[in-house]
Ligand binder design. Structure first.
Ligand SMILES: *Cc1c(COP(=O)(O)O)cnc(C)c1O
Length: 243
């Protein structure tokens, strides 16, 4: 079994190199360790190596790990990066720190109403469908400004920025194009809507460098930290479990 600590060191080195190449400061990019299908004990190994922000895709699996790591809760940041259905919003509002894949007002309204009083606002990103037909999730670019305005006005939430999952490509230039488009959408929301947004949640194990070159402020890295996932969960980042 691969060592989480060694992998983390390698990912941090990649991130440093990518930031140097892009003439960006390495502190401007947050490393999110994507831990779907990974056992709580291996998340503990990551914590011991200084990694405290985790991204999960499936609500129930995440709640089990949040509970298993309750002793570390004050240091941990839990991000939901997978699609969210309305019957799961209450648990997410109660237990997570961030939600990345909001693409409908109704989900945001439920999270807003269900965020417990006294907790800091839930930090949220809107998922944008930047590959057109290729993906079913994400708000369409034409509807983004209107959704952003409405979500930004909801109490209990703080809209931080945009997230996307592009079509995979092995070509560095092809990897950069959709990320560049997303960055331009973020800049347009700041400029035209006056929204105070600071987060571009882009980049995975295979395209971290392209994402950093296009302004990623948060990269979501799974395989390069924890090794490859079981086949059923590997097929796509968007997939909901069938069970
Ligand atoms: C699984 C997943 C990742 C991590 O992908 P890797 O290729 O393993 O780094 C990132 N983002 C989302 C939304 C995911 O579902």
């Amino acid at each position: 079994m691969v060592s989480v600590a060694v992998n983390l060191q390698q990912v941090r080195a990649r991130l440093e190199r990518a930031c140097a190449d892009a003439q960006r400061c390495v502190q401007s990019v947050t490393l999110l360790a994507v831990s779907k299908t990974v056992e709580a004990d291996r998340l503990r190994e990551a914590c011991a190596a200084g990694q405290f922000a985790f991204g999960e895709n499936y609500v129930q699996e995440a709640l089990d790990k949040i509970q298993a790591l309750a002793d570390l809760r004050a240091q941990l940041q839990w991000h939901l990066i997978g699609p969210l259905q309305s019957n799961k919003t209450r648990e997410v509002a109660e237990h997570f720190d961030w939600v990345h894949a909001i693409d409908r007002l109704r989900i945001a309204e439920r999270l807003s109403a269900q965020r417990p009083a006294g907790r800091p606002p839930l930090q949220v990103c809107l998922q944008v469908n930047i590959s057109g037909e290729a993906s079913k999730s994400g708000v369409l670019p034409a509807e983004l400004a209107s959704l952003a305005r409405q979500v930004a006005g909801l109490p209990g939430l703080r809209l931080r920025g945009l997230m996307a999952i592009p079509q995979p490509s092995d070509e560095p230039e092809a990897q950069r194009l959709p990320y560049r488009a997303l960055r331009e959408m973020l800049e347009a929301l700041r400029r035209d809507e006056g929204l105070d947004l600071d987060t571009l949640s882009i980049g995975m194990s295979a395209d971290l460098e392209a994402a950093v070159a296009e302004g990623a402020t948060l990269v979501r890295i799974g395989t390069a930290i924890f090794g490859s996932r079981p086949v059923a969960a590997r097929s796509g980042p968007d997939r909901e479990p069938t069970a």
